[in-house]
Design a protein around this ligand. Structure first.
Ligand SMILES: [Zn+2]
Length: 254
């Protein structure tokens, strides 16, 4: 088995030139899956020469636009390829119906799609086992919305990190988190932790990274280029050698 992981986009929520928003591309042999698809991920996928017929599914960590705004245009691309094999969209449970409505509002009707288009709600510790293994780990990024009436029916404040195994190596993708407490219990033993920089208590991170049993930290989802540069400087200052900052298209093979 040959597997790889490509960080298609590395920008945080704000505007940063030349970086797309959050999105990971997982390849196992010749089959592809996406985790998150913020703005620019569709174009990164196309520019990389990948075929939408090889893309089997997308997992959405949470519904902030910088993690899922390209979903409709990806579904549209799948429609236009005339695909016949199923395409799966894994979403936080509370977004299952709103996702169906969102796609229908763009005239991409899930029930009248040329191929089976499955919108699958998942929750904490949902485990996917097929060409690779993936487990969803609930985090507290949107916890403040659990007590707030949003008027959308989405009252659970669901956001998930993902642990997944490629060719026997475990990778942990933080997505946005509430605090490092969401992540630290899960990172020991991982070959790679892909850490989104936007919500990190850095003074704590440097202490925890020192004692973590993690092969490598790859930092992404930057607020600015200056932040990416500062993280590199701070890693050196704290004598952390197993950390690098990501760029769009960074690929790790397994
Ligand atoms: Zn977010």
């Amino acid at each position: 088995m040959s597997a790889s992981l490509t960080i298609l986009g590395t920008a945080g929520g704000g505007p940063i030139p030349h970086r797309a928003k959050s999105g990971l591309l997982l390849r196992v042999d010749d089959r592809l899956s996406l985790i998150d698809c913020g703005g620019g991920i569709y174009q990164r996928f196309v520019d990389s020469g990948h075929d939408f017929n090889a893309l089997d599914r997308v997992f959405i960590s949470h519904t902030h636009p910088d993690h899922m705004s390209d979903l409709p245009v990806i579904v549209q691309a799948i429609y236009l390829t005339g695909r016949s094999t199923p395409f799966e969209i894994y979403v936080p449970e509370e977004f299952t119906e709103p996702c169906r409505n969102l796609l229908s509002s763009t005239y991409l009707f899930p029930d009248r799609f040329p191929c089976p288009l499955k919108i699958i709600g998942y929750g904490d510790r949902f485990t996917f086992r097929r060409d690779f293994e993936l487990t969803a780990i609930a985090n507290s990024h949107l916890a403040k919305f659990r007590t707030r009436e949003t008027g959308t029916g989405m009252v659970r404040g669901e956001c998930f990190s993902f642990a997944f195994s490629l060719a026997g190596k475990w990778v942990l993708y933080s997505s946005d988190i509430g605090s490092l407490d969401d992540l630290i219990p899960h990172w020991d033993g991982c070959e790679c932790v892909i850490l989104e920089a936007a919500h990190i208590d850095w003074s704590r991170f440097w202490v925890e990274a020192k004692v973590a049993c993690v092969g490598e930290f790859i930092i992404t989802h930057f607020l600015s280029e200056a932040q990416a540069f500062q993280i590199q400087q701070n890693a050196r200052a704290h004598d952390i050698s197993n950390l690098q900052t990501a760029h769009d298209g960074m690929t790790k093979s397994f």
